[in-house]
Ligand binder design. Structure first.
Ligand SMILES: Nc1ncnc2c1ncn2[C@@H]1O[C@H](COP(=O)(O)OP(=O)(O)OP(=O)(O)O)[C@@H](O)[C@H]1O
Ligand SMILES: [Mg+2]
Length: 498
């Protein structure tokens, strides 16, 4: 609420000038305020001190006249008395008048000539009275010439009369005017100096601020490599510049990382799309092959069986009958063999019937025979364990792919497969000591679309929440590590029903 009032109240002023203007404005206002306060204060103090001095001077002059006039009064030498006060008047220009009263209170001598201002005489009756035990009495009054200090001093303790004189403040006014001129002149001088210093300081502050404003604009428009150069400043602005640079560096790093991730994601998505297409195409091919096989082989065999059965109806002769039955049995056996082969090709039934260990063992036996190369196999912890079907098929397909790669490309002396099931974790290692390969190059090359084996292994492991790592390098052999959690069997089975 208060903040709102403040902002509404000061907003128009605040936005009148920039930071530079504000700093200079503050400096000028402060200097003027200080100068005015100083001038007013010193005028007051000076007036008091000078008034005191004027009064003191008046008293000593009055006392001097009192002492000097004793003899003149005693001898009633009015001429001498007059001469005395005339001399004093001439020598002290600050004196407005001198009056000498005798002991009866009659004015015996004055500096006015005949024109004695009546109020001064009247004053004597009710203004600045003095008793005999007082050294002096001082009163002030104002006339058209300014303030007058009327000072009364007794002559020989009042027995001969009283001296009264008026001291003007004309010198005080002159001194004060001089002082004021001097102070204002100094103020103007200091103001110029202050403005120059404020201008320099404002520039010093404004420069980094403008730089920061420019930098913010650049970074805002996407130039994340823009940096401010405020190394020379070690104050808060310098720290702000440093923090700004750190922030933009972080932003830049994040942006680069994001771009890299985005590219990787795009590439992965492309590969996934390709894989999916390939899977669909492979499925279609497989169906075509099955259809062809069923049509060409099985249905032809069944048609011939049908014909043979029709012929059988017309066969009366026992010998011919038996021969035809024998031929039909042969055809049925052939059809059965073909259907069995088809089923085995579609899915290794051994995997369903005897489990992962037996299926892998069988596959390695067949592959070793085909490639004419020995492959070592170590299986641990699979006896008395039933793995989920999706785990079995995934591991089987990964071993199939990794082993085919090793046999096809590695030119290795030793190839081995290790399966270790421990504490809810299935670890599979397919290792060879062959030529190895540059993994990054293969994974990032544009031709990855032609090599989908490694990617397929990765995808399969990912789908089961597992992890697949490949350690290889040219001349270093290849090791594929697959880690699959086997406790969780909640994976959708359909996906793996291949
Ligand atoms: N064990 C290995 N030893 C040496 N090179 C290998 C090994 N495994 C893979 N490679 C290299 O990595 C490449 C990619 O393998 P990947 O299995 O992804 O594709 P592919 O076998 O060429 O094709 P696909 O598996 O899709 O039929 C291979 O072409 C081969 O050069
Ligand atoms: Mg391959």
């Amino acid at each position: 609420m208060i903040d709102q009032i403040h902002s509404n109240l000061f907003k128009p002023f605040f936005n009148l000038v920039g930071v530079k203007g504000k700093i200079m404005g503050i400096a000028i206002i402060l200097i003027l305020l200080l100068a005015s306060l100083l001038i007013l204060e010193s005028e007051d103090i000076f007036t008091q001190v000078l008034r005191h001095e004027v009064e003191k001077q008046g008293i000593s002059l009055a006392q001097y006249i009192a002492v000097r006039s004793e003899d003149f009064l005693l001898t009633n030498n009015l001429f001498g008395l007059h001469q005395l006060i005339k001399d004093v008047m001439n020598n002290n220009q600050e004196l407005a008048y001198i009056l000498i009263f005798n002991s009866q209170g009659e004015l015996v001598s004055d500096t006015f000539g005949r024109k004695i201002p009546k109020e001064l005489i009247d004053f004597n009756q009710n203004f600045n009275q003095i008793s005999s035990n007082q050294d002096y009495s001082s009163k002030t009054f104002r006339n058209e010439g300014g303030i007058i200090h009327d000072i009364a001093v007794p002559i020989w303790q009042g027995r001969y009369g009283i001296v009264r004189l008026g001291v003007t403040e004309v010198y005080i006014d002159q001194a004060l005017t001089k002082l004021k001129y001097l102070l204002w002149f100094s103020t103007v001088l200091i103001s110029f100096l202050g403005i120059a210093i404020a201008y320099f300081l404002a520039n010093l502050i404004n420069k980094p601020l403008s730089e920061l404003v420019t930098a913010t604009g650049k970074v805002g428009s996407g130039k994340l490599d823009y940096r401010v150069s405020l190394d020379w400043a070690e104050d808060e602005l310098g720290k702000l510049g440093q923090a700004f640079n750190n922030m933009t560096a972080k932003l830049q790093r994040t942006a680069i990382e994001r771009r890299k991730l985005w590219k990787e994601l795009q590439k992965k998505e492309e590969r996934r799309q390709y894989l999916l297409n390939k899977v669909i195409m492979a499925q279609e091919e497989e169906r075509k092959r099955i259809a062809r096989e069923l049509h060409d082989e099985t249905s032809q065999a069944l048609t011939s069986l049908n014909l043979a059965l029709a012929n059988l109806e017309n066969t009366d002769e026992q010998k011919k009958f038996n021969e035809r039955i024998k031929m039909m049995k042969k055809t049925i056996a052939k059809v059965l063999d073909e259907i069995n082969l088809l089923a085995r090709q579609l899915r290794p039934s051994i995997l369903d019937d005897l489990g992962l260990a037996a299926a892998v063992e069988n596959y390695i036996k067949e592959s070793s025979k085909y490639w004419n190369e020995d492959v070592g196999l170590h299986i641990n912890g699979l006896i008395d364990t039933t793995l989920a079907k999706e785990v079995e098929i995934t591991v089987y397909r990964i071993i199939q792919e990794a082993l085919t790669n090793a046999l096809r490309y590695a030119e290795a002396d030793n190839i081995s497969v290790i399966i270790n099931n421990r504490e809810g974790n299935l670890l599979v290692i397919i290792e060879d000591d062959g030529c190895g390969f540059d993994l990054d190059e293969v994974m990032n090359s544009d031709r990855t679309q032609e090599h989908l084996g490694l990617l397929g292994m990765q995808e399969r492991a990912d789908l089961l929440g597992g992890e697949l790592t490949i350690e290889t390098g040219e001349g270093n052999g290849t090791t594929v590590y697959v880690n699959i959690p086997v406790n969780d069997t909640s994976i959708i089975e359909e996906e793996f029903d291949d």
